[in-house]
Design a binder for this molecule. Structure first.
Ligand SMILES: [Zn+2]
Length: 500
């Protein structure tokens, strides 16, 4: 039986359409109590990897900016989708999507006039009212606004990506990074895209979250990564650009093969491998991931090589989770040109503008992929099998009954666990219902304080995945749960098993 993630998400408060009381607008979602926590966990997995393992600098720039940088980056000119409106009801449609959906024609690489011709030829009408469609045109996806009042107000825009807000202070970052290359900079935050007709819930948002990492490097230095050996053996489905020409199916390849067979360089291969590992840590099913290289006709003109990690969703088909792109020196060069500020560096007497490899993660899409991958049905029981690192809460603490001093006892256990650094939750109620709620929240452990606790100073710990219950001494709880979560101790050996 297929589980409708959107339904569970709404019901349990992971996320829901925003502005509901005024009638929702497509492309805006609010994260509720569980979703906001899950999102924090996912962001932390990415952020900490790049700060700690890749020694990146973390920055946070405004998401509202002047318009000028987007002229430099090319977004003002070419950050567009093809819009076609109904002449009768005004409903907007993405022209390329309409042609794909209604006529089954692949539109990748097609221009406006070609798409227009095909829409006419196939007699495609408005999906809402059946009216005739007008002339398609390029529609800019940036949200524009003004900064400040009156005559001197400045044209502003909400950033369509974080990347440019990292490139602008490059020279300052280079100094702060002690003038060394490669220099990695990571930024997490909101970006905006005024989509024509967003559907598919969290997958296509007008306001979304990103984690983007920019590596600035010397184009003449050897393209080696010191940690490459860590991801070399990883095997995954790969679709190269050449394979897409021949329309062949994905081929299982190791990350080492990507380089050996000259599909890409060691650095891009490394970053793809790392991303797959991070997704797996979040709880995304690695069997549903694949690497896809952009074809020459879909790649941005300034990029020399671009790859996506895609998730093959049961509900939505392929979803792009992260893009790894060699952006050359295009962005820094353009900012140098438009701002008239120097972007070049001097390394050992050589003056040049660094090249950039970008790793651009969505956050909302991986979050959806985590939920779809971890949703399990065990008979009638539904639960999210989220990893300890990703689950909104790692454990929940309950008193068996709301009397006889058990709530006070349970609160003490709860305090001990949060003081030990665990993400714990305290709740009261009928135990069966509490278990059910925590299963739907993906909470790995439920800890119950009962009448025996006062005598034996022990509690019952229930494991989410197999519903096994063990008895553990209160004072040993942090250490034992810590070991189980690290994989150093099997849950069934965590204490005396009290059910089968
Ligand atoms: Zn219409």
């Amino acid at each position: 039986m297929a589980i409708n993630i959107m339904d569970v998400a709404k019901r349990r408060g992971f996320f829901w359409p925003s502005f509901e009381i005024y009638g929702s607008i497509g492309g805006f979602y609010t994260y509720g109590p569980l979703g906001a926590l899950l999102k924090l966990r996912i962001e932390r997995i990415i952020r900490d990897h790049y700060i700690n393992r890749e020694n990146c600098l973390l920055i946070e720039a405004p998401s509202l900016t002047p318009e000028e940088p987007w002229v430099a980056s090319g977004h003002v000119e070419s950050f567009t989708d093809m819009n076609v409106e109904c002449t009768k009801c005004g409903e907007p449609h993405r022209a390329d999507q309409l042609l794909e959906e209604k006529a089954g024609i692949a539109t990748e690489g097609m221009g406006l006039s070609e798409i227009m011709k095909l829409i006419r030829q196939k007699g495609i009408k408005c999906v809402k009212c059946g009216g005739a469609l007008g002339e398609p045109y390029d529609y800019n996806l940036m949200f524009k606004t003004f900064i400040g009042p009156g005559k001197n107000k400045i044209s502003g825009a909400l950033r369509p990506e974080t990347a440019q807000t990292t490139y602008m202070p490059f020279r300052r970052l280079f100094e702060l990074g002690r003038k060394r290359l490669p220099l990695g900079v990571v930024q997490l935050g909101r970006s905006y895209r005024n989509e024509i007709a967003p559907r598919q819930g969290l997958l296509r948002l007008r306001e979304f979250s990103q984690a983007e990492v920019q590596f600035f490097y010397d184009p003449e230095a050897p393209v080696k990564h010191p940690r490459f050996s860590e991801v070399k053996p990883l095997k995954i489905d790969v679709v190269t650009k050449n394979a897409q020409k021949k329309k062949t199916t994905p081929v299982k390849m190791s990350i080492a093969d990507l380089v050996k067979k000259k599909h890409t360089n060691e650095w891009i291969a490394y970053l793809l491998g790392v991303s797959v590992n991070l997704f797996e840590r979040m709880g995304i099913d690695p069997k549903k991931l694949r690497l896809r290289q952009h074809r020459d006709d879909e790649r941005s003109f300034y990029s020399s090589d671009t790859w996506d990690v895609e998730f093959m969703s049961d509900t939505y088909g392929k979803i792009e989770l992260v893009g790894v792109a060699a952006r050359t020196d295009y962005d820094l060069k353009r900012h140098q040109e438009f701002s008239r500020q120097k972007m070049s560096v001097n390394v050992d007497g050589r003056v040049f503008i660094p090249h950039v490899v970008e790793v651009a993660y969505g956050i909302d899409r991986p979050l959806y992929a985590v939920m779809e991958s971890s949703a399990k049905l065990d008979g009638d029981r539904f639960y999210f099998r989220m990893p300890y690192e990703a689950a909104p809460y790692q454990m929940a603490v309950f008193p068996l009954v709301r009397k006889d001093g058990l709530p006070e006892e349970a609160r003490k256990v709860y305090d001990m666990l949060i003081d030990a650094g665990f993400y714990a939750l305290y709740d009261e109620g009928f135990i069966g219902k509490l278990y059910y709620r925590q299963d739907e929240a993906g909470t790995p452990f439920c800890i119950t304080i009962d009448y025996e606790t006062k005598k034996d100073r022990s509690v019952t710990v229930r494991n989410r995945d197999d519903q096994k219950q063990v008895r553990v001494k209160i004072k040993e709880l942090p250490e034992i749960l810590g070991k189980v979560m690290k994989g150093a101790l099997d849950f069934s050996k965590a204490g005396k098993v009290i059910n089968k």
